[in-house]
Design a protein. Structure first.
Lengths: 322, 216
């Protein structure tokens, strides 16, 4: 009775949704495997963290801290666009690890070994046990540090990423990076770029008789997800990071040790973050560029750091830059 | 065998759509008690029974099949880890749906930060915009747009009522909101969605920029 009433009551909403039946899933084995190996998983996770930290070095350590970010215990920072919509929202930090997709880790490493710097690799892993499952294409991008500013400019132009300066507060350009946007949603996976590459790689996998499990190829890309520049003076460095939000919102996790100060610079609200912990202290700046729909992070690290005034001055230059 | 509190018969046969053998509420409670006492293997029966409804719910809420499949696994593992906290005074399915709701909420929030900032650092893939996350073929553009105007809780209520066909009593247990208040709330949500859908039909969809509301 109630079901029929629901169908009548929400007929228009039901009609406006896809009536396609969802695929059946079977995660029993995977869930039970995880439950039985909870102790092992915990140690693997810690090893993963340690490996990442070792490989990516001190800069990455800083950025990881940046990404867990600033939080004034009593309030949550919000940055709105001119229409009044919240575009950047600070939220309490959680202790949970981000993401759980580790099944492809070894294949990601193989793709990294296969790729040249700057290449985006699409790969398909044949899984005989899951023949009924929907085939999935994975991507791996090999980082490219562009050392010449003119080459960096060309890459920015090619991808349409926000332009970063050649000099920042008297610090010379050291290197820049542009990361590609990678299909991960159902909408993107419905596009020709994803479908065609998936079709090609699954066809190769189906024809293969050698027992190969992984099939991959380099695919051209042009849509940027982030652009960053590192600037150096002696042993001191400045990092400028712009993350393209593509119409979405930015959520920033905050730790209680972090103090934030929202300041208006050149008509834009910037957040000055000061983090003081027993083991480390650092400062950085964030703001939202509405015109570019990009979230900026400005960091300073090395043997000396920018003062608050220098941070704000540099932010002003970047905000005013056309 | 532990003493069991026999609860009223819930619509388990409907909930247990992925299970070959549906259980009564009493059987489910006995099963949970057995697992709570240490028989881990029995948990596979719970997984088998609830994986599909929780997957459907996560799919609609996250609007992404792969994320939903990952989420189902995480939720069911988390449910096992916290099963000792489950009290038989409430329905297990309500307890599990509430866990799924909070898990999805966290995922929606984390997408912003981890997908757009941390993954860069970890040399991993990036997610697309929330607009694309919801504009994925699940809904017509006008409904997708309307859904972005709802809070995650409103969206969740709508999904459970409309697509999972849950009763107000069941929803009341999940969200700890009185059924009467839920009825009023659902009416408001329905009006909000219909109004947004009607106004959107007059606008060129391709030029719209969506903005998923994932505020807490």
């Amino acid at each position: 009775m109630e079901r029929a009433a629901i169908k009548r009551e929400y007929q228009d909403i039901i009609m406006a949704s896809n009536q396609e039946t969802l695929p059946e899933i079977d995660v029993v084995e995977r869930v039970m495997g995880r439950i039985n190996g909870l102790g092992d998983r915990r140690s693997s996770f810690l090893q993963g963290i340690m490996r990442n930290t070792t490989v990516l070095g001190s800069l990455i350590g800083l950025i990881l801290m940046v990404s867990v970010t600033a939080y004034a215990a009593s309030e949550y920072i919000q940055i709105r666009n001119t229409a009044g919509t919240v575009k950047v929202q600070y939220i309490p930090a959680t202790n949970e690890a981000a993401g759980s997709a580790t099944a492809y880790h070894k294949y990601a490493k193989l793709a990294q070994a296969f790729a040249k710097p700057g290449e985006l690799i699409a790969y398909y892993v044949k899984d005989n046990k899951a023949s009924k499952k929907e085939a999935v294409l994975q991507f791996e991008y090999k980082e490219q540090r562009i050392r010449s500013y003119s080459d960096f400019e060309k890459e920015i132009k090619r991808t349409g990423a926000p332009k970063l300066p050649e000099v920042a507060n008297g610090y010379a350009f050291d290197y820049g990076k542009v990361f590609p946007s990678i299909p991960s949603t159902d909408a993107e996976k419905g596009k020709a770029f994803y479908r065609d590459n998936l079709r090609e790689l699954t066809a190769r996998a189906n024809k293969d008789a050698s027992g190969e499990k992984m099939f991959m190829k380099a695919v051209p890309w042009s849509e940027p997800a982030t652009v960053s520049g590192i600037y150096t003076k002696g042993k001191a460095h400045i990092g400028i990071y712009a993350t393209l939000m593509h119409g979405g919102d930015m959520y920033v996790e905050q730790e209680q040790e972090n103090k934030t100060d929202k300041i208006r610079v050149a008509g834009t609200e910037v957040v000055y973050n000061s983090v003081k912990k027993q083991s480390v202290s650092y400062e950085y700046l964030n703001w939202y560029n509405e015109e570019q729909d990009a979230y900026y992070t400005l960091t300073s690290y090395g043997d000396k750091s920018l003062s608050k005034e220098q941070f704000l001055k540099l932010a002003k230059e970047l905000i005013e830059q056309k | 065998m532990p003493t069991l509190i026999v609860i009223e018969d819930i619509k388990l046969k409907e909930v247990l759509t992925s299970s070959q053998d549906s259980m009564s509420a009493k059987e489910l409670e006995i099963l949970i008690a057995t697992i709570q006492e240490g028989d881990v293997r029995q948990y596979s029966v719970i997984v088998k029974a609830f994986q599909q409804p929780i997957y459907r719910y996560c799919c609609r809420l996250l609007a992404n099949k792969q994320d939903a499949e990952d989420a189902v696994q995480d939720i069911l593992v988390k449910a096992y880890q916290t099963l000792h906290l489950y009290k038989r005074a409430e329905h297990f399915s309500a307890w599990l749906y509430r866990m799924a709701y909070h898990h999805c909420l966290n995922l929606l929030r984390k997408r912003r930060l981890h997908n757009r900032v941390m993954r860069i650092i970890r040399l991993e893939t990036l997610s697309a915009s929330p607009a694309q996350e919801i504009d994925n073929g699940w809904y017509t553009p006008s409904l997708a747009r309307a859904l972005t105007m709802l809070s995650p809780e409103e969206r969740s209520l709508l999904i459970l009522r409309v697509f999972e066909e849950q009763s107000y009593t069941e929803m009341s247990e999940i969200f700890k909101i009185r059924p009467n208040a839920l009825i009023k709330r659902m009416k408001r949500i329905k009006r909000k969605v219909q109004k947004a859908m009607n106004s959107e039909e007059e606008i060129d969809w391709s030029e719209q920029q969506l903005n998923v509301n994932t505020k807490i």
